[in-house]
Write a protein that binds this ligand. Structure first.
Ligand SMILES: Nc1nc2c(ncn2[C@@H]2O[C@H](COP(=O)(O)OP(=O)(O)O)[C@@H](O)[C@H]2O)c(=O)[nH]1
Ligand SMILES: [Mg+2]
Length: 256
């Protein structure tokens, strides 16, 4: 594996960011891009201080809270421009263990295009610190989205992931407009629909010990509608393709 970029989106993560940075930096291959949305708690300044002391840490400051999806998209483009080969999504609240990184990178080395860290592999539940309500919301949301989209993934909303450069060059990033869990669902679906190799590795997710979740009703609503939006978009695209070339049957791409 040549060059790995770990993208850390932050909004109000002043306590956990230094811990995550310390742990990710133990992984020699990885550079880090912190994307902060002008957190009122001064997270950006912490990131800037780290970047001034460590050449592997970079910071992107955005003017306001623009959402997780656009943060990752901006990070992907930043890394593509600078020649990175592998792009990792990781939360900055220590819910994702940076020491799991090598297992993600191994799968990319073996030819995967998208590696998803799954909390629910083989029927297990590997989550620490959630109450029953939160667990049901996540499990049922996962089942709901993967059933509608016809994907056999155990954890389609997980935010701990690695993408190959090939994946990001094949997914039309400009067409992705989702923010929260919907962003993760949409990226997984677009990768799968493009015929890319999507695999899962088991992870243990630990609920944050400090700060607070940015999950909102808006983010849940967006994720509920997204699978239907994707289906509708597909029907529309198939129809347009068919109208252009009635001889060609619409279907999943298998050529690359
Ligand atoms: N830059 C940026 N980061 C965000 C935004 N919303 C959430 N995050 C970060 O995304 C990660 C996951 O968010 P979190 O609130 O922990 O979601 P949860 O784990 O689903 O409860 C954390 O590192 C957050 O700081 C945002 O609008 N902009
Ligand atoms: Mg979290």
């Amino acid at each position: 594996m040549s060059r790995v970029l770990v993208i850390l989106p932050t909004y109000m993560e002043k306590d956990t960011l230094p811990v995550v940075l310390t742990k990710v930096l133990t992984q020699e291959l990885a550079d880090i891009l912190v994307i902060d949305d002008n957190s009122p708690d001064g997270t950006a300044q912490i990131a800037v201080d780290w970047a001034s002391r460590n050449r592997r840490v970079h910071v992107m400051n955005r003017p306001g809270k623009l959402g997780l999806g656009t943060a990752y998209l901006a990070g992907f483009l930043w890394g593509i421009d600078r020649g990175y080969d592998c792009f990792v999504e990781m939360d900055s609240d220590m819910s994702h263990n940076p020491l799991d990184l090598p297992r993600f990178l191994d799968e990319i080395e073996k030819g995967a295009d998208l590696v998803i860290g799954s909390r629910y592999m083989r029927g297990t539940i590997s989550v620490v610190g959630w109450d029953f309500k939160r667990l049901i919301l996540s499990k049922s949301g996962n089942l709901y989205a993967s059933r509608i989209l016809g994907m056999e993934l155990s954890d389609i909303t997980s935010g701990y992931r690695a993408f190959s450069r090939n994946a990001l060059e094949n997914i039309e990033l400009g067409g992705i407009h989702s923010e929260g869990y919907a962003f993760q669902i949409e990226m997984a679906y677009m990768a799968w629909r493009s015929g890319l190799r999507v695999v899962e590795v088991p992870i243990i997710f630990t609920e944050r010990a400090s700060g607070s979740s940015k999950m909102s009703r808006h983010i849940i609503r967006e994720a509920v509608w997204l699978p239907w939006r994707l289906k509708l978009r597909e029907i529309k695209n198939s129809f347009l393709k068919f109208a252009k070339d009635p001889g060609k049957k619409p279907g999943r791409r298998t050529d690359g």
